[in-house]
Design a protein around this ligand. Structure first.
Ligand SMILES: [Mg+2]
Length: 240
């Protein structure tokens, strides 16, 4: 089966989301005088991530807008830290607090070192695109900032604009359509086994699960495990 296109997840696949989130949060909490509200910086990051997972899922389900989930995360986190003033926090105050966090996080934005070289390697032989559970303006800005956007041209698809999110097959198929290719000619790579690897497989794409931590997790037939984007390039272009 000839693969002619490759679709990428963004966060923690080509873009180092977790590192920028951790560095940004710790920098922000230090600046706000909030770090001592937690037993350790790692605990603060763990709480922030747990709240993010829950509220971002509600955003993807259409219960909260992108901006609302930011404000809800802010209030929940400050409540957990015991630092939410009596009477709560207005929308404007919560938005500004999150914006200050965003400034610290954006200062730490970075692509994974293997992303740009592999995209350059694949570009001559494959049509390249993105399918991400996020907002288009946010992801395009992020990819532009870290120098990856030009690899994808207009083939950047995000769930908030598309209306369904991974692992729904519809968004993978829409990504293939953006590349002008049928799903059996398209590979997908992402770091989440459930939503990326199993979702792409169910939609009929060639599915690669990026397990950067090399966890050794067993996978079902039809999912290929790679530990880096270099592994992906090697599988798609043997001997490159
Ligand atoms: Mg991801």
């Amino acid at each position: 089966m000839t693969i002619r296109g490759v679709l990428f997840d963004v966060d923690d696949t080509i873009f180092d989301y977790s590192s920028s989130e951790e560095t940004g949060l710790i920098g922000h909490l230090t600046a706000e005088g909030l770090l001592d509200a937690f037993p350790s910086p790692a605990e603060a990051v763990a709480v922030w991530r747990q709240i993010m997972e829950e509220e971002y899922a509600r955003c993807l389900a259409g219960e909260l807008t992108f901006a609302e989930q930011q404000r809800v995360r802010t209030r929940r986190f400050l409540t957990h830290a015991g630092r939410l003033a009596d009477g709560g926090m207005s929308d404007a105050e919560a938005a500004v607090w999150f914006e200050r966090y965003g400034g610290h996080r954006e200062a730490a934005w970075a692509a994974f070192p293997d992303a740009d070289p592999v995209l350059r390697k694949l570009a001559p032989a494959f049509r390249l695109g993105v399918v991400s559970n996020s907002s288009l303006s946010h992801q395009r800005r992020k990819l532009r900032r870290v120098g990856l956007l030009d690899h994808f041209g207009e083939a950047v698809l995000c769930s908030l604009e598309h209306g369904t999110s991974k692992p729904d097959p519809a968004i993978f198929l829409a990504g293939c359509a953006l590349l002008g290719l049928p799903p059996h000619q398209v590979a997908y790579v992402g770091d989440r086994y459930d939503i990326d690897a199993l979702g792409a497989r169910a939609a009929g794409l060639r599915s690669y699960w990026l397990d950067r931590a090399a966890t050794g997790t067993a996978v079902v037939d039809g999912v290929t495990v790679v530990h880096s984007l270099d592994d992906l390039a090697l599988d798609l272009i043997p001997g490159n």
